[in-house]
Design a protein around this ligand. Structure first.
Ligand code: DGJ
Length: 779
């Protein structure tokens, strides 16, 4: 709901309020963002207004008429340069006379009944309430528009800005943020998620004390180095209690989130396009649109904030055929084959996949041009006749005949110098003509600032996607930018490259996703190097990381879940020892982690033992039975000694939980599983799936039970292992939601104490899934 009381604006969601007002000096003063306040008149708002009597210290006053106002010490909706505010600005423009002073003052405001379209960028859908505030800098004839969209039931407010040059002289826009939040004090923890390839999304909590802290990407994409999702919370906030702001950007390029403590203790947060190496020329009548920032506040801890973000993303960011549709379980060819693929191998692997219940077979990198390694062929999107002698369509038909859908890997934004595309169009790449270029993975980036390149890629990809029955596309992007230069743009527009690239990419994705509405697109950028809300506007799911090690992956998925729903996070069960870490984990644990989200497999199923295949078949059947919960359920992180997740159906009648242990702590055998999201008074059946363990897992302890001595790993040991299985523990309880939420005392874990079905086999990296189902009647 958007209300105006005299000179004040109140934006309300179900549980939050956002309030600002017009200052007598005509800037917009931020008054409040947080837990919902009851407001029904401008009088009610008065206590929120700082009572300035004089400007502090040696600050500049805005004008003689208002000696009490120094913009350096005001909470503003949009900070500017040159009129006294010296904190991190919202907007920075260089005018024709060389000045960078901007004095945007309130002009008018109106309430719109839908989201004003953003022409160049994707934006959130389904809104019916928008506040549009226009500010004008009269001296330079430039307009700044601020847009606020209110998503009432999601507790989400979005913000963005537009600059319009009405001056006959061109202006240079050096910065335009998407949102700004000024707080009265700086008692916050700023949480960022940083990392690198195979090590995405490490959570870092920074106590805000003084100065400027920046979380930003300069890779050309949103990056694994610093995800655009950040949080500001109270230092006592936990998963279940306390204040937290979740903040994100609908953008896939270089982003910037800064927190600054001003000289008088107030704190400013801004986020938007990274201003580093960004500068846009605007001629008379031209406009610049910032990406949309997404803001969520919860007074009930991280889980509640995440829940709101998840629903908003599922309903207002993700769109198209697959938005709310259950996603297929896939087998990806990459780790089983790398570049060494051919028709015969793929068909063999697809047959094995069909037997265990896989829905979709994905042919990853290596199928086109002369792609025997990563040094050639990107750009030449024709199948390699050596590997696929009967062509792509033939392979797809064969895979379909096996009973599987077919998906394909592409990396359209890239080109190898050793490719026909590069040979024919050497001026179609981001590179500085005539200079030595730095490459990543032996590849260069196509210049999506050039509309001809975007049109070409639209045609080539459209042809490929229509050449066979393709149901899924994995869209990869494997390098960061260097030699940042577009041969298409003039010298004075080279600082526009990063942003124009993203606009070109969105145009390409818009065309393709509209022309092929039924294809399921999965984003990927060397794993999670472009995991953001911009990509999710086109692709409902993203490959979260190239790291499939269950222990690393637990942390990566856990961190993504703060800002992104399970339906967006794609995970695979892969080989052991793991290809990234050489860590050995059980098939059980690999599945137990991967099933929270979009499940796939990435291992050579044709090489696996019958025992492993049987287990995988059970996993897939189990996943399909609970797929809706795993992909779209309400997800909770539980803070306790063990890693503990719980995902619950919308009606709260069903849940699946997981515990995971990293390393055994000897003689600590009593663990709990803690549920979340259940109805307190409802009765539930709590149980696990009974497992049988290979006796070899207990090593030479077999001799404590065997009447004859068995040498470890001997033939006798193998034979016994074939026939003797160790029974796993059984959990089976009937109780209330409130007790499950308090915690379930689980069977005692093994600790040099003998073993039977009353003992939990719980070694390093062990995990368990637990099932919770509503009972029809109290038992
Ligand atoms: C990087 C991706 O993250 C991998 O999954 C795989 O598709 C390779 N690229 C292929 O080159």
């Amino acid at each position: 709901m958007i209300k105006q009381y005299d000179q004040s604006f109140v934006l309300e969601t179900a549980h939050t309020s956002y309030i600002f007002r017009l200052l007598p000096t005509k800037q917009l003063e931020h008054l409040y963002y947080g837990k919902k306040l009851t407001v029904s008149s401008s009088k009610d708002i008065e206590p929120l207004i700082e009572q300035h009597a004089f400007a502090p210290g040696n600050t500049n006053i805005y004008d003689e008429e208002h000696p009490e106002y120094s913009l350096e010490d005001m909470r503003l909706e949009a900070g500017m340069i040159g009129k006294g505010d010296i904190r991190v600005p919202f907007v920075e423009i260089i005018h024709a006379d060389g000045s960078s002073t901007n004095d945007f003052l309130y002009h008018d405001a109106k309430i719109n009944t839908s989201h004003t379209p953003i022409k160049s960028l994707p934006y959130a859908l389904n809104n019916k309430e928008e506040l549009e505030v226009t500010l004008v800098d009269e001296t330079y004839a430039v307009t700044l528009k601020l847009y606020y969209n209110v998503y009432y039931e999601y507790d989400i407010i979005t913000r963005r800005a537009v600059v319009i040059n009405n001056n006959k002289d061109e202006i240079r826009l050096n910065r335009l943020m998407s949102t700004q939040l000024d707080f009265l004090n700086h008692n916050f923890v700023f949480t960022t998620f940083n990392g690198s390839w195979t090590n995405e999304m490490n959570r870092h909590d920074h106590a805000v004390e003084s100065g400027l802290y920046i979380n930003a990407s300069f890779t050309g994409g949103s990056s694994s180095r610093a995800n655009p999702f950040v949080m500001l919370s109270d230092k006592h906030t936990t998963e279940d209690e306390g204040d937290v702001y979740g903040l994100n950007l609908i953008y896939s390029g270089n982003h910037y989130e800064a927190v600054e403590v001003g000289s008088y203790g107030k704190m400013r947060f801004v986020s938007g396009i990274n201003p580093q190496n960004f500068s846009f020329l605007l001629e008379e009548g031209e406009i610049f649109e910032s990406p949309e920032a997404v803001m969520c506040f919860s007074a009930h801890g991280f889980n509640d904030m995440s829940m709101h973000m998840h629903s908003f993303i599922n309903d207002c960011i993700v769109r198209g055929t697959w938005q709310h549709q259950e996603r297929p379980v896939l087998l990806n060819s990459w780790e089983a084959n790398y570049f060494k693929i051919n028709e015969q191998k793929l068909i063999k692997q697809a047959k094995a996949a069909k037997k265990v219940g896989i829905d979709l077979f994905v042919m990853d990198d290596g199928w086109f041009g002369k792609r025997d390694n990563d040094q050639s062929s990107l750009g030449d999107w024709q199948y390699d006749p050596k590997k696929l002698p009967h062509g792509l369509k033939h392979l797809v038909d064969k895979i379909n005949a096996i009973g599987l859908d077919f998906g394909i890997w592409v990396e359209p934004e890239m080109v190898n110098v050793d490719s026909d595309l590069y040979r024919n169009h050497p001026n179609w790449t981001i590179e500085i003509p005539g200079c030595n270029q730095s490459e990543g993975r032996h590849q260069r980036i196509l210049d999506l600032c050039n509309p001809e390149v975007v049109d070409y890629l639209t045609d080539v990809m459209s042809e490929l996607f229509s050449s066979a029955n393709i149901k899924y596309v994995k869209w990869d992007m494997n390098r960061t930018f260097s030699d940042i230069y577009s041969p298409y743009l003039p010298a004075n527009r080279q600082q526009e490259v990063f942003h124009r690239y993203i606009i070109g990419l969105y145009k390409l994705l818009h065309h393709l996703t509209h022309s092929f509405p039924d294809i399921l697109f999965e984003g990927c950028a060397s794993g999670g190097n472009r995991f953001d809300l911009g990509m999710l506007c086109f692709m409902p799911q993203i490959w979260a990381s190239d790291n499939t090690d269950a222990i690393c992956r637990y942390k990566i998925q856990n961190s993504y879940s703060y800002g992104y729903p399970l339906s967006a996070i794609s995970n695979h069960v892969s080989s052991t020892p793991n290809h990234q870490t050489l860590r050995t984990t059980s098939l059980d644990t690999r599945y137990n982690v991967a099933c929270f989200g979009i499940l796939g497999y990435e291992t050579n199923l044709a090489d696996l033992s019958n025992e492993a295949l049987e287990e995988i078949a059970k996993q897939i059947a189990h996943y399909k039975a609970h797929r809706k919960i795993f992909q779209f359920g309400t997800f909770y992180r539980v803070n306790q000694e063990l890693h503990n997740w719980c995902v619950v159906s919308d009606d709260q009648e069903e849940a699946v939980g997981m515990i995971l242990q990293e390393l055994v702590l000897p003689n600590h055998q009593f663990h709990q599983f803690i549920a979340r999201g259940l109805k307190e008074d409802m009765h539930y059946h709590f149980f696990n799936e009974e497992k049988q363990y290979n006796v070899k897992l207990f090593g030479d302890l077999i001799n404590t039970a065997s009447p004859v001595h068995i040498k470890q790993d001997s033939l006798a040991h193998q034979v016994v292992a074939k026939f003797v299985k160790m029974p796993g523990e059984v959990e089976d309880m009937h109780t209330t939601g409130s007790i499950l939420t308090h915690g379930v005392c689980l069977k005692q874990a093994f600790s040099a104490n003998g073993y039977n079905e009353q003992v939990r086999y719980f070694q390093d990296f062990a995990s368990r899934l637990y099932f919770i189902e509503k009972e029809s009647e109290k038992q």
